[in-house]
Structure formats: C-alpha cells, structure tokens
Write a new protein. Structure first.
Lengths: 115, 115
C-alpha cells in the first residue's frame, strides 16, 4: 500500500532562515512524489514533483525538495523563509499500482514563519 | 490560480438530506478526482472519473456518487448526509495520457456543513 507520513504537525522558523518540512513515504515500485501548499480557505496549489532524474527538485516560489531513496524521504526545503510562506504543506504520493491518478496525502504540516 | 472552479463555495445541509457539488475542470484535462478533507487532516481520495467513467474509488460508501460530462465538468453527489460528511470537498483535474506527468490541479473547494 502507498502512504506518506509527515512527522511534524507544525514547523516554526524565523524569516530569512532556512526551512525544512519533512516527508517519508512507503510505496510499491518507484515513487511519484508531490508537494502541495494550502492557504486558509483555499484549495491546494502544486509546488513541485519528483518522477525520475535528479534527486534535488526545484519548484515554485523558491522551494526545492530532496528525494532520498535509501531513507524513503522527500523533504521540502527553502534556503530563506518568507512570512508569506506561512501555510499548510502536504506531501503526496501517486498510486502506481492501479492505472489511475489517485494521490495519497500526508496529514499536513503547518509552517509558521515569524518576522 | 488554476483553471479549476467549484460551486458552491459554502453549503449547509441537514442530516439525511442530499447534496450535489459541482466542478469545472481545467481546459484540456480528461480526468477529475474528488477528495474529502476533514478539518485538520489531509485530503482523502473519494473517486476518479476518466472520460466520463468512474475508474477508481477510495474507501467511501456508495452514497457518494459522481458524474463526469462530455465537457469534463463533474458532479459529486452525496445521499443521506451524516454529520461526519462535514468537510471541505476538493475537485482536482489532470491530464492522464502516455506523456503526462500526473500533477493534479485543485479547485478552491466546497465547504459542506451538515447539521
């Protein structure tokens, strides 16, 4: 079965400092991994994805994520946090067992960036 | 912003009633998925429609049903509403074909409250 885990309910970081939001996954076969961000009362916005290739994936708004196969992790990172990055972040994995576009989402991590 | 729209934005229903939520997919997309996001949780997959047919379903009872129309708009119907059905319902569209990269584009959601 496919699943993702986000071990931190909340991450606090000061503006200008680097941030990391953690995600680990469990899949059958090669993973298709995604990060989404959700602002209050809004839908999810796509940030970045890992399908294959380089382990460091660059995405929107200066975010990047590092795929680590041996640790089954896909942590989201940003070198310098902004207050406007404060939001709810979801890691997701695509179901590869069945041929349809089902995503399994983690429980989310609330990122608080303080001025 | 994605090109995915949902209506209505908010809805209040009474236990036992029926509800229909609507989604308009992004232009060119052939697949729509519906997710339920309870408060404080990640989205849970309800089902997916591909070219007007349901081709995948999560762990939701049959009183959750849907339709996809030739113009790729979609409906989610829920019968015999229960209090636990209160949630944000998200529609996500994607293009699934041999060359697609599978990211889903989410609408802003419909907030359903069952009293």
């Amino acid at each position: 079965a496919q699943s993702v885990a986000q071990p931190e309910d909340q991450v606090n970081v000061a503006e200008g400092n680097p941030l990391t939001v953690k995600c680990t996954y469990s899949v059958s076969g090669n993973p298709y991994l995604f990060w989404y961000v959700q602002y209050p009362n809004r839908g999810l916005q796509f940030l970045l994805k890992y399908i294959t290739g380089d382990n460091l994936v660059k995405g929107s708004y200066g975010f990047e994520a590092e795929f680590n196969k041996s640790q089954t992790s896909f942590h989201l990172k940003k070198p310098s946090a902004l207050v406007s990055d404060s939001a709810l972040y979801f890691c997701a994995v695509r179901d590869m067992v069945n041929n349809f576009n089902k995503f399994y989402f983690g429980s989310g991590t609330k990122l608080n960036v303080k001025p | 912003e994605t090109g995915v729209t949902q209506s209505p934005t908010h809805l209040i229903k009474t236990r036992g009633q029926q509800v229909t939520l609507r989604c308009s997919s992004q232009s060119g997309h052939n697949t729509v998925s519906w997710y339920q996001q309870a408060l404080g949780q990640g989205p849970q997959f309800i089902f997916q429609y591909y070219r007007e047919e349901e081709n995948g379903r999560g762990n939701f009872p049959p009183r959750f049903s849907g339709l996809q129309f030739p113009n790729y708009s979609s409906e989610l119907n829920v019968n015999a509403l229960e209090l636990d059905d209160s949630a944000l319902y998200l529609c996500a569209s994607s293009l699934v074909d041999a060359s697609s990269s599978y990211e889903q584009y989410f609408g802003p959601g419909t907030r359903l409250t069952v009293t």
